[in-house]
Design a protein. Structure first.
Length: 201
């Protein structure tokens, strides 16, 4: 990247809203998600401001790398992978996994949702990825195979976020009658699926 252009870009977080943020669990790295862009910010305690732009994935003028707003970000537990969720409203959701070291695309999970992905989180062992979407669904994907392993459906409103509990249960939040409700999900032991997802909606 041209240094003058890089310097100018570093003065602006994003040309649109910042839709998502995620801190690396292993290094001084912050990722921000904007419209069709992901930016890597590294901290440097010797300089002010101490967050400097390191690299950029995507371009606001080019939808080929990232579709729409990057509304969800999640690091793998070892900090080596970054999952990004985005999409086009009422058209498609986009789920991609990137290598943090070189910012290269590792894989794209095809047709993960039919609407924008709003929440993401890797399981504590890094083997699974939970997603939440405005298509009123929450899902769990196997990271190594990209296969869907569990689906939570039946909601009447958007599923806004998802997280893993310490016991391996997935908890997700959905919008219902202008309120948010947390519901239980899938428990995994010995690689097998146990328990049921909350209904809802």
């Amino acid at each position: 990247m041209n240094q003058n252009k890089f310097h100018a870009e570093s003065k602006t977080a994003h040309h649109d809203l910042v839709y998502s943020l995620a801190f690396s669990p292993k290094e001084n790295l912050l990722i921000s998600g904007g419209y069709r862009t992901i930016k890597f910010w590294r901290s440097n305690e010797q300089e002010k401001p101490n967050l400097a732009l390191d690299r950029v994935i995507g371009n606001v003028e080019d939808p080929s790398k990232i579709i729409g707003r990057v509304t969800a970000l999640a690091f793998s537990p070892d900090g080596k992978l970054l999952a990004t969720g985005s999409g086009e409203s009422s058209r498609a959701g986009e789920l991609k996994i990137w290598n943090i070291e070189n910012a290269k695309l590792v894989k794209e999970i095809s047709d993960p949702h039919s609407d924008t992905i709003m929440g993401l989180e890797f399981s504590p062992d890094g083997k699974f990825l939970a997603t939440a979407s405005t298509d009123r669904l929450a899902k769990i994907f196997d990271v190594s195979t990209s296969q869907l392993v569990h689906l939570y459906e039946g909601h009447s409103h958007h599923v806004l976020d998802v997280t893993w509990k310490a016991d391996g249960t997935v908890s997700y939040t959905h919008l219902r009658a202008n309120e948010t409700e947390a519901e239980g999900g899938c428990r995994r032991r010995r690689g097998k699926k146990e328990g049921g997802g909350g209904g809802g909606g």
